[in-house]
Design a protein around this ligand. Structure first.
Ligand code: F6R
Length: 608
């Protein structure tokens, strides 16, 4: 989604803005722009395509200004063109605005402003806001912004500058993140901490319906109705090294290979082996309520939803609490009957996904206990849930989520075990699960050491048009996740199915050109999976199986096999997903796709 960067201080703003935009590239965008200002006026540059083009456009110009704002745009209203790119300005070229989110009443605002003589040049919703700010021109920029925002419906994260006050940025937030970075006589503004971490680890997140006035030496936060807010800075835990590619060609591959560490990080300090239990400080304040919940509803989107689907099986096995899993985009609009006996568990890497955030807000309104399982520390979902657990997985930059999925699965096991030990899980069951969890990092390492074999396999399938992924029980969501990974980065059509559904439709697709990846590990559903595989083979469909190490027999049914080590049943998805991530990665690589930034996708989906 769109990204915002702003700088006001004593250094040249342009290189800092470009660096910040580059750090936000992973979020997905299609055009970029920046403006730097001083008392003499403004220099604005906008390009279609990559930030590199913007960098190129300013390479021969010595921009000395020490204040500016910049933006990467992911088109919603109007095509990706230079005119539609941000920053937008008013008819006099005094105010400049970058905006994330959607101004829902932009059409009404536009016709009203046009009737007053304002000329619009772009097709965007954003432009209406900058004209509105100009219309409310006042003694100070912040007053003009505040007045204009009163007329805006929809969501926004904004940064605004004005040539009359060239050492000031005003930002505001409703539904779209804004974070301030505090330096020495310099201040930063961004939509994501990634843009700031090179310069400062002291940040402040704006809450919804707040604005900030930022100058080189200070920041003032207030509500949109002008009530001052005192807020201390937070120290962020990520460093630049976390975001370095190192020797990897892509972030996705780097993140796949980080998974042994990701699992370690998810478990660190949280395993109490002697008690067969987990310890999750973030849930402690509500543990009496949590262990007595009648129902837990897991809400999430995309890969996090697939983690939630695996979570349903885990909670069913380990707890006596009823559990449901819902797409956040559906849940938020349902007629919900929730109260304090229901826990709503929101799973989100970014902690900013619009639908998941709306789902927990709705759940809170209805009186449910909200629980967050989030990676990004300080993100909105992390702040707005009653209690929560962090993944501590470091930044995930590749648009296709990999390491966070396994982290989420580890933590779902820990949460369910914590609850289950107050219910019917025995000490020895708890100890067995935890011991198996402690083996995971070295088992993942084993799978990764065979990446070259998976690469060979993937290379043979790069011309294929469609793929089917099938699995049963805990491997059904893994099949969905394998299909999602393949389609989102390689653009090969892929579908995930519960294997038991084959005869109810999808088997009609099978022929010699339609391969299937079948997750058939040694567990209670193994024999049934073998039957599914045979049925596909009987129709000449090529089969790649994900199977348990030592299962030589499966070679009689499958054409090709990717082996994973044996583990506790509840942990199998953590291993079975890894060959599928690698398979998708190598298919995309050999098809020449832009792996870390797949077309049309954004890392953090902050609009509905
Ligand atoms: C797919 C992917 C997305 C996200 C989804 C939810 O690889 O990354 O499907 O999982 O947009 O995002 P979060 O977890 O940030 O709420």
């Amino acid at each position: 989604m769109c990204g915002i960067v702003g700088y006001v201080g004593h250094k040249k703003a342009a290189p800092i803005l470009i660096h910040g935009l580059k750090r936000l590239e992973y979020r997905g965008y299609d055009s970029a722009g920046m403006v730097t200002i001083d008392k003499n006026g403004a220099n604005r540059f906008r390009v279609v395509g990559r930030v590199q083009n913007l960098d190129h456009a300013i390479s021969d110009i010595d921009l000395k200004m020490t204040c500016g704002i910049a933006h990467t745009r992911w088109a919603t209203h109007g095509k990706p063109t230079e005119t539609n790119a941000h920053p937008h300005t008013d008819n006099e070229g005094r105010y400049y605005l970058v905006h994330n989110g959607i101004i829902e009443n932009h059409a009404k605002l536009r016709s009203q402003l046009e009737s007053e003589g304002v000329e619009f040049v772009s097709e965007t919703d954003t432009e209406a806001l900058v004209h509105l700010i100009s219309k409310f021109h006042d003694q100070s920029l912040e007053t003009a912004v505040e007045k204009a925002l009163r007329h805006v419906e929809g969501t926004f994260g904004i940064a605004v500058t004005c040539i009359d006050e060239p050492s000031k940025i005003v930002c505001g937030r409703r539904g779209s993140p804004i974070v301030l970075g505090v330096g020495m006589n310099e201040m930063f503004v961004a939509s994501d901490v990634s843009a700031l971490i090179q310069y400062t680890d002291q940040v402040i997140y704006l809450e919804d319906n707040e604005m900030a006035v930022v100058t080189p030496d200070e920041y003032q936060i207030r509500t949109l109705d002008n009530k001052p807010i005192a807020r201390e800075t937070l120290q962020i835990e990520w460093t630049m090294e976390d975001e370095d590619l190192g020797s990897f060609p892509h972030y996705m591959l780097k993140e796949i290979f980080e998974q042994p560490t990701t699992v370690d990080n998810a478990m660190r300090g949280r395993v109490v082996l002697g008690e067969g239990c987990s310890k999750l400080g973030g849930l402690q304040s509500k543990i009496d309520q949590i262990k007595r919940l009648k129902k837990i509803v897991i809400v999430s989107c995309g890969t996090s939803y697939h983690a939630g689907m695996v979570g349903r099986y885990i909670f069913e096995q380990l707890t006596d609490t009823a559990v449901e899993v819902e797409l956040a985009s559906e849940f938020r609009y349902r007629k919900l009957r929730l109260d304090e006996t229901t826990g709503v568990l929101a799973i989100s890497q970014s902690g900013e996904t619009a639908d998941t955030l709306a789902a927990i807000r709705e759940a809170r309104r209805k009186g449910a206990l909200t629980i967050g399982l989030v990676n990004v520390v300080g993100s909105t979902i992390a702040r707005e849930t009653d209690v929560g657990v962090y993944c501590h997985a470091g930044p995930e930059i590749g648009v296709a989520s990999t390491k966070i999925f396994v982290s989420q699965l580890v933590i779902l096991n820990l949460i369910a075990l914590l609850i289950g030990r107050y219910q019917s899980v025995s000490l020895s069951e708890g100890v067995d699960l935890l011991k198996a969890m402690m083996e995971l990092p070295s088992q993942i390492q084993q799978i990764l050491s065979r990446a070259a074999q998976i690469e060979d396999l993937a290379r043979r399938f790069t011309k294929v048009q469609s793929f089917l992924f099938i699995g049963r029980q805990l491997h059904y969501p893994v099949a969905l996740e394998g299909a999602l990974k393949l389609k989102e980065i390689s653009y090969i059509h892929a579908e995930g199915y519960a294997a038991g559904e084959m005869k109810h439709g999808p088997i009609s697709l099978i022929d010699a050109d339609f391969p299937t990846i079948a997750i058939a590990t040694k567990d209670a559903t193994y024999e049934k999976m073998i039957s599914n595989i045979q049925e596909i083979r009987a129709r000449s469909g090529p089969i790649i199986a994900v199977a348990t190490e030592g299962d030589i027999g499966i070679r009689e049914s499958a054409d090709m096999v990717m082996y994973i080590p044996e583990t506790h049943d509840l942990l199998q998805p953590i291993l079975s997903v890894i060959p599928l991530q690698l398979f998708a990665y190598y298919c995309a690589l050999y098809r020449g796709c832009e792996i870390d930034k797949p077309r049309n996708l954004a890392k953090s989906v902050t609009v509905e």
